[in-house]
Design a protein around this ligand. Sequence first.
Ligand code: ASP
Length: 434
Amino acid sequence: MIVAKFGGSSLSDAKQFQNVRRILEAEPARQYIVVSAPGKRDDADQKVTDLLIACHQLAHKGEAIYPVYSVVEQRFAQIADALGLENYLNTELLDIGHAIQGGASHAFTASRGEYLSALLMAKWLDRPFVDAAALLRFAAGKLDEEATSQAVRRTLSSQEGAVIPGFYGSDGQGGIHVLSRGGSDTSAACIAAALDAELLEIWTDVTGFRAADPRIVPDAQYIASLTYRELRELSYMGASVLHEDAVFPVRTAGIPTSIRNTGNPLHPGTTITYHSQTRVPVVTGIAGKKGFSIIVLEKNRMNDEVGFARKVLAVFERHGISFEHLPTGIDALCVMVMTSAFAPKREAVLQEIHEAVSPDSVHTEDRIALVACVGVGMFRQYGTAARLITAVSEQGIGIRTMLQAPSELSIILGVDEENLDKTVNAIYDAFIRT
Ligand code: ASP
């Protein structure tokens, strides 16, 4: 049994609803369908969820929601009409409009895009609609995984299949709660985990993960399979197709996730599994991120001074700055942080470091980019680091720092920001291009 989630871009118009039906007809195991609210049809368009949030703001200020709410009504009416389901959502749309104007909560309002989208999809597919308010349970504003799992099993296991709205749930007393933006992935992952699905499919507008950002390597190949840990490394470094946090329930349950393209359903996309599936390539993917600063401290005989790093890190902690990496030398310590977090507090942090550990010298450097080469097989192969350094150096790029933890599955290079694209290309050519 497969749980299939369709994102906003996969539901943006009637043609996409037709694509969804074809995808489901092609595989009867796709029984439970989780849907987002209709997304953008093109760059100039607006997401239904954004329109609804704007309606809530208008109602909150005591203004008429109609100018914006009518756009929501039109979006749904256009889809319904084109599918031959004229007037199907009229009463619901009217009631919801009144509720929002009458002061309904932010969460209720924001969640209505998914609610309406699922109602329409259920009718279009002729499958039962099950409200997410009966499935996803929140306690103290947070998703209650255990209660959710029980509610999902109780409600859905007797059902052959269903269409379920993503993004929201309830506190059990009827109060609606929403997940963070883009949260329908998590809704689907909760349902897949509770029902012990064989697979979670995330249908979207891209054909899976690519081995590098196509804005940097235009012909970067698609990655057929990836582990959850590799996904985490790549998304930490900025790859944005799917964040591992969003699908934590299936990762914990050991259920694979597949990223598929609604516009190109024959492409197998990327499958993410707990354990590596393939004959492991040395580097699975490369991702890079700008915006790091390094603070380099030097002090003679630093290595003898117990507690030196702790005192330095306590300064960052007091200022609420989390450190990203901590490369050290014998008499040098380098704290790597996001510039956006560090820059506003730079003077105070440096001053307090002086007071805390009296270093011989401290200097900071901004505009550092990190490039991560990720691959579970990297350390089983001799000479990976040597090949990596050679490939980058041959392009005349200076490596500012290099990070490799023995148990990890990535090597991270620090380079000047202007060298980011060149570095990614050099590594791609050396390890992935065939
Ligand atoms: N519709 C919601 C959003 O725009 C949730 C989702 O699509 O996952 O964030």
